[in-house]
Design a protein around this ligand. Structure first.
Ligand code: ATP
Ligand code: MG
Length: 364
């Protein structure tokens, strides 16, 4: 099992009934890029601080390999942390900023020089070593902060929303840099973010938190393709998954989802919900504009009124209304339709998701 991190019943309560995290049970594999994602207040920072040893759990354990580190102090844990407000010293050069953690540990001058240059090479900032931070771009400064963290030979790297202060374009290029850095140094990365697209694009494994509890745990594709509940269904994907409310109907043995304006044929297994309301979820990329598909199969279409179109790069988002639901369709074709016009839309029903209307849990 190497140096996997295992959390068992990990709980932190700040006062009676106020939980930071609640009963976390999972394993972070050695060397993986692990992302904890969730809305504000879901317990992400608390989790990271528990792993770092900056916070003591109320109950539960943290194992690192076969070592119980629950009660070890931060220094003994070999962790490096990069926070959102990365602290780099403005009066020190890039070189001295990176060297700082080694200087306070009193390493030799030669050792420090070798390590600083090695880290600068990994981060491709060798040519910036003698500049002051205020002469650097946001991304370069971020790399200096990373350098400070990785120079220490940590075994676990913890990141708390390190990209949220950067502009959108830089955020995306830093994602790629972080992935590459991870590949190069081959250490366990635990990365916290509220940004679903960061989680999807960087993670080997994602842990979705809500109110301090795990809502779903798995690979990005598993979470995207099989959300366990309405929360993860809506949290991942832009624009958000379309959610339609409808009644299950049985017509001569065929089972339909009655959307209100029309019906969609669904699997016979949903017969058990006959005459009950359920939720159907379908992503914008799984509904097609009729004009661009071949003859649709029975029970896969609805008629909807076109309201407006949004253009995002090569994609077009059509905003439609069936009279019962607003629906967003993502296509790569520029439609010639005019606002107010009715069009037929085709649902790829194999890609539909179903949820219990009361609990929000996935049903199938
Ligand atoms: N020191 C503290 N004292 C009391 N409550 C706290 C403390 N730190 C965190 N909490 C509470 O614990 C919960 C989780 O907080 P945490 O900071 O872990 O959330 P987060 O997911 O990191 O949020 P954000 O995305 O806003 O950073 C919140 O309800 C928060 O109010
Ligand atoms: Mg936080």
């Amino acid at each position: 099992m190497g140096r996997d991190i295992v959390v068992e019943g990990l709980t932190k309560s700040f006062s009676k009934g106020v939980y930071g995290v609640k009963n976390l049970n999972f394993k972070i594999k050695e060397g993986e890029f692990f992302v904890v994602v969730g809305p504000s207040g879901s317990g992400k920072t608390t989790f990271l601080r528990l792993i770092a040893g900056l916070e003591r759990p109320t109950s539960g354990k943290i194992l690192f390999g076969d070592e119980d580190i629950t009660h070890k102090n931060p220094r003994e844990r070999k962790v490096a942390i990069v926070f959102q407000e990365y602290a780099i010293y403005p009066h020190l050069s890039v070189y001295e900023n990176i060297a700082f953690p080694l200087r306070i540990r009193k390493y030799s001058k030669d050792y420090i020089d070798r390590k600083v240059r090695e880290v600068a090479k990994i981060l491709e900032i060798e040519n910036l070593l003698f500049r002051k931070p205020d002469t650097l771009s946001g991304g370069q400064r971020q790399r200096v902060a990373l350098g400070r963290a990785i120079v220490k030979d940590a075994e676990i790297f913890l990141f708390d929303e390190p990209l949220s202060n950067l502009d959108a374009k830089l955020r995306i290029s830093m994602r790629i840099e972080l992935k590459e850095l991870h590949k190069r140094i081959k250490k366990t990365f635990i990365y916290v973010t509220h940004d679903q697209s960061e989680a999807m694009s960087m993670a080997d494994t994602i842990c979705v938190l809500k109110d301090g509890e795990v809502v779903q745990f798995g690979r990005p594709d598993e979470i995207y393709n099989r959300p366990k509940n309405l929360f993860t269904a809506k949290f991942f994907g832009v624009p958000q998954m379309n959610i339609l409310k409808g009644k299950v109907k049985n017509r001569d043995g065929e089972i339909y989802f009655d959307e209100g304006s029309g019906s969609l044929l669904i699997d016979g297994k949903f017969k058990k919900y006959e005459n009950e309301e359920i939720l159907l979820g379908i992503r914008p990329e799984h509904i097609y504009d009729r004009l661009y598909t071949s003859r649709p199969e029975k029970g896969t279409t609805l008629i909807a009124t076109f309201e407006m179109m949004e253009i995002l790069g090569k994609d077009f988002y059509l905003y439609l209304n069936t009279g019962y639901h607003n629906i967003v369709v993502r296509t790569t074709y520029k439609s010639e339709i005019k606002p107010g016009q009715d069009i037929m839309i085709v649902f790829d029903m194999k890609k539909a998701h179903f949820f219990n209307i009361k609990t929000g849990e996935r049903i199938d």
